[in-house]
Design a protein around this ligand. Structure first.
Ligand SMILES: [Zn+2]
Length: 326
């Protein structure tokens, strides 16, 4: 038998598992793909949907109508739901909307596939609502839930899904993929692979958008500068930052992610951190500051973001924030 050729980098065991399930007609009604963000969970889900519905000789052929539409997320029977933005909340209405969709027969596909992305961002009501769908599966429907960790979901959801836990890829696999499949220059491929921590999706995105990478690194460096500085340094920084309000929204979003990581570390959570390349500094911060200090910093950063949206005095808001930081 031929090795399955799925459009997925790494995660060979998961591809093999899913492709064998299809070959033997033993697909489960619901799957749970877990792992750190941008590790390839949605890519795997998409490839699974392709293989389920491919009409070519060797699924997924990548050439038939189903494969092509699914590859560009334009197939009418493949539905995605996710929180409006990363770090946002997936709401009950979205799950209810999905329930109505999956109750229908597929238009043209063999299997209707619903992909629920970052389901750890679903609020408790939305998680409850999903349970109902899991308890009453519709025929010819496959649900794929993705989340950073099974720990962040209701145990009753986890127990109704076939779990597949994706791990970061070997750094060398990421490097080779960047070089061979994405034509990255050697040195860039090596650096990105390193800071990706094995998250292939992150590395590919960073390669395609180096400006975004620089922007993120600058935002994290600024936070570091603030944390290292004394009160006067921090106020000076606040004054500087207040001059570019447009960039501030982005900056604070990045900082919120950083504090969230620090809080995870400080509370000994098994959920993997998002800012992989800063793991060492985050661990150090979590070691030196108490969890409630970190939580206070996280809340203060969120609050500041809200204030800015409401047109308050930017500099004053930033100065207050700086005082709330450990
Ligand atoms: Zn195909």
């Amino acid at each position: 038998m031929n090795e399955p050729r799925w459009p997925v980098i790494g995660h060979e065991w998961a591809v093999e598992h899913l492709s064998r399930a299809i070959q033997h007609g033993r697909m489960r009604h619901a799957y749970l793909f877990t792992g750190p963000s941008q590790i390839g969970k949605t890519t795997l889900a998409r490839a699974f949907a392709m293989t389920l519905n491919c009409t070519g000789d060797q699924p997924p052929c990548g050439e038939c109508r189903a494969c092509k539409l699914i590859a560009k997320d334009g197939h009418p029977d493949i539905t995605y739901i996710e929180a409006e933005q990363e770090g946002g909340t997936l709401k009950i209405d979205q799950v209810r909307g999905l329930q109505q969709v999956v109750a229908l027969r597929p238009y043209e596909a063999r299997y209707r596939v619903a992909i629920l992305k970052r389901f750890h961002e679903a609020n408790p009501n939305a998680q409850d609502a999903l349970l109902k769908t899991l308890e009453e599966p519709s025929p010819n429907t496959v649900l794929i839930v993705t989340a950073n960790s099974a720990d962040s979901l209701l145990a009753t959801i986890v127990s109704r899904c076939q779990p597949l836990r994706l791990r970061p890829l070997p750094i060398d696999t990421v490097r080779q993929a960047l070089e061979w499949q994405y034509d990255a220059p050697q040195d860039i491929a090596k650096t990105l692979a390193q800071i990706s921590g094995g998250r292939i999706g992150w590395a590919i995105r960073a390669l395609e958008d180096t400006a975004a990478l620089d922007r993120r690194i600058a935002a994290l460096d600024t936070l570091n500068e603030a944390l290292q500085g004394n009160r006067r340094d921090r106020f000076k920084l606040a004054e500087q930052l207040a001059k570019d309000k447009g960039e501030l929204f982005y900056l604070l979003e990045v900082w919120i992610g950083y504090w969230r990581d620090a809080l995870l570390c400080a509370t000994g959570s098994k959920v993997p951190v998002t800012n992989y390349d800063r793991r060492a500094t985050i661990e150090e911060l979590a070691h030196h500051a108490a969890p409630d200090q970190i939580e206070a910093a996280l809340l203060a950063t969120r609050r500041t973001l809200d204030y800015l949206a409401k047109n308050v005095n930017t500099r004053l808001a930033l100065e207050t924030l700086m005082l709330d930081y450990p």
